[in-house]
Design a protein around this ligand. Sequence first.
Ligand SMILES: [Fe+2]
Length: 307
Amino acid sequence: MVRRLAKAIRDAARGVSRTATKAAGAHSAARLKRAQWRYRLLTQLPDKLTGGKLSRAYRAMEVVTREWTVVSPHWPAAFDGLRIGHVTDLHAGELITPEHAAAIVGRLRAHDVDLAVCTGDVTDLHPEHAAEPLDMLGRLEAPLGAYLVLGNHDELLCADQVATMARRSGVKVLRNATVALRRGADALRIGGIEWEQTVAACAGAVDLTCTPSGGSPHLLLAHNPKAFRRAADLGVALTLSGHTHGAQLAIRKREPRFPRRASWRRLHAGPYYERDSHLYVSSGAGSWFPVRVNRPPEVVIITVKAR
Ligand SMILES: [Fe+2]
């Protein structure tokens, strides 16, 4: 009787798990289909209708280099003054060619960065378009290395393929993982989470990444800035994100002069803070839709000072 009951429970669990796998598969297939339609309608069609004019103008936009200095009591003293080069949302593909995306990454070379990071959406759709910009990220030879987290676009066709290409190029990929860099007795922990869509799912990924026995990271890389809600609760000094493209359209040309408090705000562009934790949401360097108004493509150089 007990055996029969146990078997029934096992069978039911298998059934649930099969249904869940099927649902997840159907969900990602639907996501891919939507992305392919979006690609045809909003990337390829405007280009065809304007005889390539719109995308040529988009590619000719000046890439802005933003500099931001943050002071944090949670930052390890041995890494005081660390310079981080941050690129995100290159969307290499038809609109931003892989060669163009690589040239944008290459701009970090001129800024003497200690660490180079990319917070996802290296490719727009096809994993092979990520190869050239990832290769450039690895070739920057930043003294403390180059790190990548994947974005929703990197995951559309094959996240593992993008991750493998990154590793081959000498870029470390953080998939709900944390690494520690040492300077004497001090350590700088860098964590990175997988793409998640909601605040709750992001919080789950942050918890997975932030609670290993080694302690929470000082620097968190997360494609989705919603991860900051949880990272701030855990006292993560600095979170870097992308994903929003700064909405690509802004009324004001000027960026806010001071970081804004994150509570109750949409985290869509620039610096934010909550208690002693800081966030920078980069508007990114590429896009899938060839229009940006007052939101130019950007790379960001962040200097972190330990207080
Ligand atoms: Fe993106």
